[in-house]
Ligand binder design. Sequence first.
Ligand SMILES: [Fe+2]
Ligand SMILES: [Fe+2]
Length: 164
Amino acid sequence: MKSNKDEFNEIIHEIIEHPEFQRRKTFKHHGEESVYDHSLQVSYLAYRMAKKLHLDAKSAAIGGLLHDFYTTPWMSAEKAKRFRDMHGFVHAKQAYQNALKVFPQYMTPKIKDIITKHMFPLNINPPRYRESWIVTLADKLASGKVFLKPKDLPMYIGIKKRKK
Ligand SMILES: [Fe+2]
Ligand SMILES: [Fe+2]
């Protein structure tokens, strides 16, 4: 029988080997962590949780991998924007549009829901699938250090500019 690690690698390898995904190694997420590392972490966490609950672990893994697949590294690009145009509100939609362009073969209604709703409750519509809730939770857990300093939360979720 296949181990979880082997099965997980089988699900994600085509995506992570793609140059466009590899480029996320140069995108800073929070602190020193790259978007590449963060996405892998969320993906694996979501995969394991979905497995435990006997849900669709493949969709959780792929949705987790592509949930932050936006195009511009926001930490460096965040200029003075209107509040509702700030990263926290727009990047989930951007990530989906980009994922649709680069990996159309993986985009299902469920994976679309996972990616576009992962910032809930910032986006008003709640996730529709249990796998979407799992990725939302995995994302927040993976960024867990954030909650040690609640006053930094607005910056981490992208509704406040990064401190110099
Ligand atoms: Fe995100
Ligand atoms: Fe994230």
